[in-house]
Design a binder for this molecule. Structure first.
Ligand code: SF4
Length: 296
C-alpha cells in the first residue's frame, strides 16, 4: 500500500487475526498514521488478541492492557504521566472494541470526555463481542443474530458518536476501511488535534457477521452506501458534517451479504429500512442547523 510506504508499518505480520479481518486492516492504518511516538491502550477485545499475549506483541509501540471497563481511565493516567515527565508530544491511543466502549467502558469513556482528556480513542466496532463467541453488544443493530440473540436482536444500535459529541469534545467521527481516503484523512485530522477525540471505525467481522473471508470490504462499503453506517464528523459537539452523501443501495442489499440477518421477514426488513431512513433524516437536520446534540 502506498500509504504504508509513506508511513512505516507499526503492526507486524504474523498476528492472530482471522484471515480477512477488517479490524486488523483498520488497526494497521491507524497505527501507521499515528507513528512510533505513540503509546497504545488495548483492553480485552479482538484487538488484544491481534496484539498478542505478553511477552510477545505485534505492535512496534508500547502497549498497556487495562481491564475491559478501564481503557479511558488508564489512558488518562498515562497521558498525565507523560505530561508530567515532559513528553506531552507523545500520543495516547486507545484501541478498544465496541463491547469495551459502548457497554462496559462507557462510564470511564464519558468521564474522560467530560474532562476533555488529551487522547485519541478509536473504537473498532464489529458490532458484538466477537472474540468471546459473537454475543450481542449495544452496538449490535436491530434484528442481527448473535449467539446471545439467536432470533435477532430486538433493540437498536446505540449512537455512540452522538453520545460522545454531546459532551462537547473537540472531535468525534465515524469512518470505514471501505472508504480509505476518508478514514486516513480523519486519522490525520484527529492526530493533529488536542483534547478528547473519538473515531468509531466500522469493522465487518468475517466470523461474527457470517462473511466470506474476502467479504469484509464489500460489507464495509455497503454499510455506508445504504446509510446504515453513515460517515460523518462532529466538531465541538455541534458542527456536524456528512462526508458521504450518496445513498446508492437499499438496506436489503447490505443485509443480503451477511448471514447474521438470515431469515428476516419482509416486515422486519422494511422496519430496518425505516430506521435507517429516520437516522439519515436526523443527521441531515443536524448538519443543517449546527446546533443539535440529541439523537432521535
Ligand atoms: S472475530 Fe472478527 S473482528 Fe475478531 S479477529 Fe476474527 S474477523 Fe477480526
Amino acid at each position: 500500500m502506498q500509504d504504508l510506504d509513506n508511513h512505516p508499518a507499526m503492526l507486524c505480520s504474523g498476528h492472530a487475526a482471522c484471515p480477512g479481518c477488517m479490524e486488523a486492516l483498520s488497526a494497521r492504518h491507524v497505527l501507521a498514521r499515528m507513528g512510533p511516538d505513540t503509546i497504545a491502550v488495548i483492553p480485552p477485545s479482538c484487538m488484544a488478541i491481534i496484539a498478542g499475549p505478553q511477552p510477545y506483541s505485534s505492535l512496534k509501540i508500547p502497549v498497556y492492557q487495562p481491564t475491559l471497563e478501564a481503557s479511558a481511565a488508564a489512558a488518562s493516567g498515562i497521558r498525565r504521566a507523560l505530561n508530567a515527565t515532559g513528553r506531552g508530544q507523545t500520543q495516547v491511543l486507545v484501541l478498544a472494541g465496541d463491547g469495551g466502549t459502548y457497554d462496559i467502558g462507557l462510564q470511564a469513556l464519558s468521564s474522560a470526555a467530560e474532562r476533555n482528556e488529551d487522547m485519541l480513542y478509536v473504537c473498532l466496532d464489529n458490532e458484538g463481542y466477537m472474540n468471546t463467541g459473537a454475543q450481542k453488544s449495544s452496538s449490535t443493530p436491530l434484528y442481527a443474530r448473535t449467539s446471545s440473540t439467536p432470533a435477532g436482536k430486538l433493540s437498536r444500535k446505540k449512537n455512540l458518536t452522538a453520545i460522545i459529541a454531546a459532551h462537547g469534545v473537540p472531535y468525534t467521527a465515524t469512518a470505514s476501511v471501505g472508504f480509505m481516503p476518508d478514514m486516513l484523512r480523519k486519522i490525520d485530522k484527529a492526530k493533529a488535534m488536542r483534547g478528547f477525540r473519538l473515531l468509531t471505525l466500522l469493522v465487518p467481522c468475517v466470523d461474527g457477521w457470517g462473511l466470506p473471508d474476502d467479504g469484509g470490504l464489500r460489507a464495509a462499503r455497503y454499510a455506508v452506501e445504504c446509510g446504515a453506517f453513515p460517515l460523518y464528523e462532529v466538531e465541538h459537539g455541534t458542527r456536524y458534517t456528512v462526508n458521504h452523501r450518496e445513498r446508492t443501495r437499499p438496506v436489503a442489499e447490505y443485509l443480503a451479504v451477511q448471514k447474521r440477518y438470515r431469515g428476516m421477514s419482509a416486515d422486519e426488513t422494511a422496519r430496518l429500512q425505516a430506521e435507517v431512513d429516520a437516522g439519515w433524516d436526523w443527521l441531515m437536520r443536524l448538519e443543517g442547523r449546527e446546533a443539535g446534540q440529541f439523537a432521535p
